[in-house]
Design a protein around this ligand. Structure first.
Ligand code: BDR
Ligand code: CA
Length: 306
């Protein structure tokens, strides 16, 4: 199986991504690190701990990381994910705690312990990853792959130009894209193709308690049928985990991605040049939508049957 380390800010779709990473037998979840993003670090960490116990993988270490961006003031997305970060899902209090290790050190330790084997996936602001790169630049070469949910080559969601995870900490994103690895960017262009529409939700509803308690509420909490082009809520972060196990479901193109950090209207924008002679990223463009849902539903059904 692919050893996967997930840096996240749960977060409705982060929680769904965690469920996929846990449930796919071709993925071995080796660690979870948390960052402040959708909600404050305290809440993203609590959510990760609660999900770990609810889904029964107590041995996977959870380490808390950066509470806010490198230089800017913290701005959350509680208007999307709810005050807790998990919408209206209420999970039992966790009994197990975080490791005593900071997420930045956990990332470095896990990757350097077995170079070339850890697939690093980031589904929140890139603060922890940037700090880890500054402390140990070699992780860029030692990670087996690095995939983010973030950015876009067309439009934003936090602003007209910027996607939330990049907008939340553009300075960190710039460090991450400039590091000695090739970033796989699963941005909005891709993830807006992964909308949990009513057909998907109806199939998920057959999965019993896991669907009632977790999958359906997480996948529908902020769906707004009045937004044009929204057939269902997009499960952004699930796509980034799916890419590690099922890259065959994604069309990608090499590109140069630079991060705008000073634009009046464009701060946090990923400037994507598909014609650049010096690409630093693989940008996902097209999803095999039916293949994606077949894969996700199979994994979720497996967890539901546990
Ligand atoms: C990204 O922003 C967050 O709100 C989601 O969890 C996802 O990682 C989508 O832009
Ligand atoms: Ca996220």
């Amino acid at each position: 199986p692919y050893k996967l380390l997930l840096d996240c800010d749960p977060g409705l779709d982060d929680a769904l991504a965690l469920l996929l990473a846990h449930g796919d037998p071709n993925i071995e979840l080796v660690g979870i690190t948390t960052v402040g993003g959708n909600v404050a670090l305290q809440n993203t960490t609590r959510n990760a701990l609660q999900l770990r116990e609810y889904l029964k993988f107590p041995k996977v270490p959870v380490s808390a990381g950066a509470a806010g961006p490198l230089t800017r003031t913290f701005r959350d997305a509680a208007h999307v994910h709810g005050a807790s970060g998990l919408g209206n899902v209420v999970l039992p209090e966790a009994t197990l705690a975080v490791t005593g290790i900071h997420a930045v050190d956990a990332i470095i330790e896990l990757i350097t312990a077995t170079p070339g084997t850890i697939h690093l996936v980031a589904t929140g602001p890139l603060t922890n990853i940037a700090l880890a790169l500054e402390k140990e630049p070699a992780i860029a070469r030692w990670a087996a792959s690095f995939t983010i949910m973030g950015g876009s080559s067309t439009r934003g969601n936090a602003t007209a130009a910027a996607e939330f995870n990049i907008w939340a900490d553009p300075e960190a994103a710039r460090i991450v894209f400039d590091a000695d690895w090739r970033v796989t960017m699963i941005g909005l262009d891709l993830t807006l193709q992964a909308q949990a529409n009513s057909i998907v939700i109806d199939r998920m509803k057959k999965l019993g308690a896991l669907a009632d308690e977790l999958i359906v509420p997480l996948s529908t909490f902020y769906f707004n049928p009045n937004v044009p082009d929204w057939d269902g809520q997009a499960v952004h972060d699930v796509c980034a985990v799916a890419y590690v196990a099922r890259p065959d479901l994604f069309d990608c193109r090499l590109a140069r991605v630079d991060i705008e950090t000073t634009g009046e209207f464009t701060t946090g924008m990923t400037v994507v040049d598909f014609d650049s002679p010096s690409p630093n990223a693989l940008v996902a463009t097209k999803l095999d939508v039916s293949g994606f849902w077949a894969y996700v539903e199979t994994v979720y059904a497996r967890v539901a049957a546990e």
